[in-house]
Design a protein around this ligand. Structure first.
Ligand code: APR
Ligand code: PHB
Length: 391
């Protein structure tokens, strides 16, 4: 018997798909290039929309998330040295939750292993074949042995640098791409967050974000140049920039220092391919689109794609119906583009653009001021930030 669905990549997208399919009685195999320890320790995003929390809760995956996640009902926008609270809960009735992506991945892996689902780490040379046939295959090496599996459907959940998107013949996909002229330097520090809520700060020296992973762990970011190396940033320089950019006019200091446990630089890019499908291969998550992290949408979009794809696969595997599968790309892209717009807008509003003139600077501040003072402006930010409703 063929396994029904082959899933490449054990990030949030691939693992959640495997889980939802399991709940629907559909067998799948997950193939992951890295080790279990690597995917469980990789520090990524950390903010979940309420709809993301709901999907994990409904599928029985959110026990630890509800115990350890930090619910946030608002956020702060800081500019010209003054903080302005956006009350997400009052504006939308919804909240967001801080819970690290690698924690979601740990929970998903534990669930998969508990029910004995196929999940192979450390596989090499994954390649796709026969995508335009009804018998697509995956070849790979595991522990030095060549293997071949065939499926009804392949889900490409292997992230931005994976092999699934490039396996689609040239000319099929249209790519939309924007590379920003800056990057984020992120640190994880053993220091209690100075503010309970996230602070997004616009400053002449560049953007800064104060977020967290737990009551004892701060996650902090500063805008830097994309060509900079992490070696250019001593701990002292990082703290000095954070203090300067998060400074308030009233002199209150909102950065607690502590040992830096991890640091890294992330490029900023918006990217989408259309359609998110070729033959029997369906792309989901970062394999099909990435967003700059300013809107906190990366993991949420990956999970939203899977919500649509899992339903379509359930129908297909149950009775062969293809209508939902045929509609997958358009349905997923409608949400993707709204999240792209929001992430691009937040990024444009909050970052320092080198070479930007005084006019642009004034408009940026006016926009922030409008968002903070107008209910319509605040609501626009809030309803996108907590996640647009699913239809
Ligand atoms: N074969 C098998 N697995 C692969 C291959 C390959 N050739 N290439 C990449 N992978 C694996 C990666 O090691 C990774 O574990 O695919 C997985 C993709 O996971 P993610 O990058 O986490 O992507 P996704 O599940 O779509 O989640 C999107 O991740 O990058 C963040 O900000 C992004 O939060 C968003 C989330
Ligand atoms: C994070 O907690 O890592 C985080 C939160 C919000 C963002 C980006 C990153 O916009």
């Amino acid at each position: 018997m063929r396994t029904q669905v082959g899933i490449v990549g054990a990030g949030p997208a691939g693992l959640l798909l495997a889980h939802l399919l399991h709940l629907a009685g559909i067998e799948s195999v997950v193939l992951e290039a890295k080790s279990r320890a690597h995917v469980e320790e990789r520090i990524r995003a950390g903010l979940m929309e309420q709809g993301t929390v709901d999907i994990l809760t409904e599928s029985g995956l959110a026990g630890r998330l509800h115990r350890e996640g930090l619910a946030h009902e608002g956020l702060e926008l800081r500019f010209d040295g003054t903080g302005h609270r956006i009350d997400l809960k009052a504006l939308t009735g919804k909240q967001v939750t801080i819970y690290g992506q690698q924690e979601v991945v740990k929970d998903l892996i534990a669930a998969r292993l508990a029910y004995g689902g196929a999940l192979h780490f450390d596989v090499e040379d994954v390649a796709l074949h026969g995508l335009e046939t009804d018998r697509p295959r995956i070849t790979y090496d595991e522990a030095g042995e060549a293997r071949l599996l065939d499926f009804y459907i392949i889900a490409g959940c292997d992230g931005f640098l994976g092999i699934c998107r490039p396996a689609i013949p040239a000319g099929v996909l249209t790519a939309y791409d924007r590379v920003y002229p800056f990057a984020w330097l992120g640190i994880l520090a053993a220091a209690p967050p100075a503010s309970h809520e996230l602070i997004y700060a616009r400053h002449e020296r560049g953007f800064a974000l104060a977020t967290m992973r737990s009551p004892k762990l701060s996650r902090l970011y500063v805008q830097c140049a994309p060509e900079e190396s992490i070696d250019d940033w001593s701990d002292d320089r990082i703290w000095a920039e954070l203090h300067a950019r998060l400074a308030r006019q009233d002199g209150a200091d909102q950065v607690n220092e502590g040992p830096i446990l991890q640091k890294g630089i992330t490029a900023m890019r918006s990217y989408v391919v259309e359609p998110m499908r070729y033959g029997r291969l369906f792309l989901a998550g970062d394999a099909a689109h990435i967003v700059p992290p300013t809107g906190a949408k990366g993991m949420n979009l990956a999970i939203a794609d899977i919500r649509v794809l899992a339903r379509a696969l359930e129908v297909f595997c149950r009775d062969g119906g293809t209508a939902l599968l045929d509609g997958y790309s358009a349905k997923a892209l409608a949400r993707v583009w709204k999240a792209q717009r929001f992430s691009w807008w937040m990024t444009s509003m909050l970052h320092r653009f080198d070479g930007g003139d005084a006019f642009e600077h004034k408009v940026q501040v006016a926009e922030l001021d409008y968002v903070c003072r107008s209910r319509a402006g605040a609501l626009t930010l809030a309803e996108n930030y907590v996640g647009l409703p699913f239809d």
